[in-house]
Design a protein around this ligand. Structure first.
Ligand code: ZN
Length: 225
C-alpha cells in the first residue's frame, strides 16, 4: 500500500507513533549509518548486527530486506522485555511522509505464523477498509513494514530513544550502552533524547534481567558483537 494511505489508516486507529526495537549492537550500527537498516542491508554493508531467531523465516518469505515497526510499545504493554532487544526507537507516524516511494504494508499476523503458499492478501491488509475493520492499535502481531529498503531509513522523525533499565546489578552495562549510543548520535549530529525506561511495579523486566543467566543482559546490552 502507499505510505499516505497507511498513515491515514494508522491515525484513524489511534496510532501516532511507530516503534522499532533492537539490541545495542544493532542499534549502534543504525546510528553510525544514519538510519534504521533492513537485516539484508546491514548484512551487505557488513556492519555488526545481532542474529535474530526470525532471520531464517524472514529470508524464506522474502522479507529480509524490510524494516519492521510496531504500533505500540510492546515492553510497556506486555510488562516484559521486548524479545528483540532493550533499545527502542520511537518515531512519529509522520515518518511515513518520507517513505512514499516504498510499498508500506501491515501484516495480518506475525510472519512466524505465515505458511508456504500464502498470497500477499493473506499476509497483509490490502486496503484502508480492511485495516479499518481488521487492525487495532496494540496488536503485537500486526507489524508495519517498509518493503525492500536498501538504504538507511533516516532519523528525521525520530522523537526519542528509550533503553531498558536492567537494574543495579547491570548498571555498568546500561551506562556503557547509553554512553555509546549518545556518543554515536553526537558524531552524526542527531539531537534526540536517550531516556532510560521507567517501568511500573508490575513489569516483569527487572526480575527477568536479574534472575536470568547473566548472559541474558550481557547479550542485549553489549556494544560489540
Ligand atoms: Zn519493564
Amino acid at each position: 500500500m502507499n505510505a499516505l494511505q497507511v498513515k491515514r489508516s494508522l491515525i484513524n486507529s489511534g496510532v501516532d507513533k511507530l516503534y522499532h526495537v533492537n539490541t545495542v549492537v544493532t542499534s549502534l550500527s543504525f546510528i553510525n549509518q544514519g538510519g534504521l537498516l533492513s537485516r539484508q542491508t546491514a548484512e551487505i554493508m557488513g556492519v555488526p548486527q545481532t542474529p535474530q531467531s526470525s532471520d531464517d523465516i524472514d529470508r524464506e518469505f522474502g522479507i529480509y530486506n524490510d524494516i519492521f515497526f510496531d504500533s505500540v510499545d510492546i515492553h510497556d504493554r506486555a510488562k516484559r522485555p521486548n524479545d528483540y532487544g532493550p533499545v527502542m526507537f520511537v518515531y512519529s507516524v509522520d515518518v511515513l511522509d518520507t517513505l512514499t516511494e516504498y510499498d508500506i504494508c501491515i501484516t495480518r499476523d506475525n510472519p512466524i505464523y505465515w505458511e508456504d503458499g500464502m498470497q500477499d492478501n493473506e499476509k497483509y491488509f490490502s486496503s484502508e477498509q480492511e485495516i479499518l475493520f481488521g487492525f487495532s492499535k496494540g496488536d503485537f502481531n500486526k507489524h508495519i513494514t517498509v518493503r525492500n529498503i536498501s538504504v538507511p531509513l533516516p532519523f528525521n522523525y525520530l522523537e526519542e530513544i528509550v533503553i531498558d533499565d536492567p537494574g543495579m546489578e547491570h548498571i555498568e552495562l546500561l551506562n556503557k550502552a547509553k554512553e555509546s549510543i549518545e556518543s554515536s548520535l553526537n558524531i552524526i549530529g542527531i539531537r534526540v533524547p536517550v531516556n532510560v525506561r521507567k517501568c511500573s511495579l508490575n513489569c516483569s523486566c527487572l526480575s527477568k534481567y536479574t534472575t536470568s543467566n547473566p548472559g541474558y543482559a550481557y547479550h542485549r546490552f553489549k556494544t560489540q558483537l
